[in-house]
Design a binder for this molecule. Sequence first.
Ligand code: AMP
Length: 178
Amino acid sequence: MTLAPDVATMVRARLRDIPDFPRPGIVFKDISPVLADPASFRAVVDGLALQALASGADILAGIEARGFLLAAAAAYATGRGVVPLRKPGKLPGETLDQSYSLEYGQSSLHVQVDALQAGTKVLIVDDVLATGGTAVAARTLVTRTGAHAAGLAVLLELEFLGGRRRVGDMPVTALLTE
Ligand code: AMP
């Protein structure tokens, strides 16, 4: 597994801007063409997998839904397991939940109370870091299970929205920053 030197270029070439989705005024960053291209998908998964190794994570946590696609592949590539951080009403059994605001609305994330062992190091994975609300909620949720949020790895960071600052001292890595 190696970091493709041109991973940012590959992602930038295939990332699609969808204006006014899901609301007027939001430019939605559609990663579907990146995932559909074999070389780009491999470069992205390898990049995230290397972040998992560098962070010392024992396990990866993917944020619903696009984070699942990336976290699962990177977890497989590194021989680690993966835990889903889900939207309301999806997980059976006892869960912890955390409300948050994101770039285009409000939601909450849920995790099963026994999904993570105390002290486990967790790399949180998502497609886009925008305002950081989702990432902060994910971090809080992981911490509430007793595990340690070792970092956040995303495909794309929208720097102008200031998410990295909001996330605080948790290390953040992005394969492409705009
Ligand atoms: P935020 O909480 O504002 O950092 O938003 C990040 C979450 O919302 C991620 O799970 C993204 O999938 C999604 N998201 C927010 N803004 C965008 C955007 N402009 N394009 C694509 N996804 C976005």
